[in-house]
Design a protein around this ligand. Sequence first.
Ligand code: PHE
Length: 458
Amino acid sequence: MKEKVSERTNFGTKLGVILATAGSAVGLGNVWRFPYMTGENGGAVFILIYVGCVVVLGIPCMISEFIVGRHGRSNTARAFSKLAGDTPWALIGYMGVLTGFLISGYYAVVSGWCLQYVWASLIGHLQGDPEYFKTYFMELSSDPVKPVFWTVVILLMAYFIIEHGVRNGIEKASKAMMPTLFILLLLIVGAACVLPGADKGIEFLFNPDFSKINSDVFLGALGQSFYSMSIAMGCLCTYASYFSDETNLTKSATQIAVIDCVVAVLAGLMIFPAAFSVGVSPDSGPSLIFITLPNVFQQAFGAIPTIGYIVSLLFFVLLSLAALTSLMSLHEVSTAFVQEEMGMTRKRAALLVTVTTAIIGAFCSLSLGAYDGLTFFGEALFDWFDFITGQIFLPVVGFLTCIFIGWFVPHDIVRSEFDKGGKSRYHHQIFHGFLFLIKYVCPLAILFIFLHQLELLK
Ligand code: PHE
C-alpha cells in the first residue's frame, strides 16, 4: 500500500494549485446566488459581512481541510483515517466523500442545463418574449430526455479530464478554463456596465443599506461563504492531497478566497446593471440564470441583436466552465476514493464514478416533472438532494472537521503542515489565530447556521 501512496502525483506548479482549487470554489454559487443575496441583503453591507465571514471562518476551514489532505496524501476517507486512527473521527472522511458524491449528481443536472443553454444560444433558440423563456425552462427541466442527455454530456467532459490524471487532466484543464472564464466575465461586465441606466444596478450592488442588517443577513453570508468555498465536500481535502510540500497552505487559501470573492462581485456587476437597464427585477436561484437573464440580455442589447446573441452565448459558456471546474472537483473526490480504496486503475474508477453519478443525476432530473414517483413528502428527489447535502451534511462535516483539527489532532502535526512552504513575519501569531478560530469560533458559527437552517433557531 505504501508504494501506491508514494506513486501519487502532485500538481506541477503553484499556479496549477491555485487555479484548480479556485476552479472548484468558483461555480454556480458565485453566479446565481451571491449577486442576488447581495442585492437583497443591503448591497455593500452584505459584501463586507461576506468578506468578514470568508476571512474569519471560510479561510480557516479551508486550511483545516488542506492540512488533513496534504498530511494524508490520499483520498479524503483515508486522509481522515490516517489522523484519526481507529477512533470514530475517521467517519468524517467517509461522510465527506459521500457528501461530495451525492452532491455531484445534483450539481451535474444543473451543469447540464448550462450546456443545453449554450447549445440553445448557439442555434438561436434563446429568443422570444419573457413568457417564452419561462416556458422554455419549464419544459426543459421537466423533459424526460434532454436534461438527462446534457447531464451525461457534462459528466463525460469531466470524465475525460479526470482520466488524464492530476497534472495532465485537472491541472491543464484548469489552466485553460479559469483564465477563459475570467476573460469572459470581464467582457460581459464591460458590455453590461455601458448600457444606459446601468449605474442604477451598480448602485444597488454597492450602496450600503445598514437598515437591512439582521441575523439573517449574517447567517446568509456565512452559509454562502461555506458553499462558495467548497467546504466540507471532500474537494479541498482531495485536491490538497496533490499539493507538494512547497505549497504554503495559508497563502494558497487566501489567494483562492480572493479569486472566489472577486468572481462573485464581478458576477454581480454583470447581472445587475443589465437587469436594471431594462427594469427587470432580478430573481434568485435557477430562475435568475435560466429565465430572467436570457430575457434581460435580449432586451438590453435589443438595439444590436448580434451583441445580444454573443453576450448570451458567452454568458452560458462562462457558466458551463464555472460548473465544469466545480463538477470536476466533486468527481475527483469519488474517483480518488474508488481508485485507492478499491484498488482500481484511475480510468476504471473515473468511469465507475461517471456512470453512478449519471444514474443519480438522471433520477434527480426525472424527479422534476417527468415522473411523479420520484417525489417524497411533497418534494422532488432533486430538492431532497439539495437539502440533505447542503443543509445537513455540509454543516455536520464542516463542524466535525473543525472540532477534529482544533481538539483532536495533535497540534504539532497541525503546526508542521502549517509551517511548510515558507513563513511570513507574523507566522506564529497567524498560527495561534488560526487555532483559536478553528477551536471556538468556526464550530459555533456552523452550529448557528445549522440550527437556523432547520428553523430550530429563529
Ligand atoms: N463552490 C461551488 C460554487 O460556488 C459549489 C461546490 C460546492 C462545488 C462543493 C464543489 C463542491 O458553486
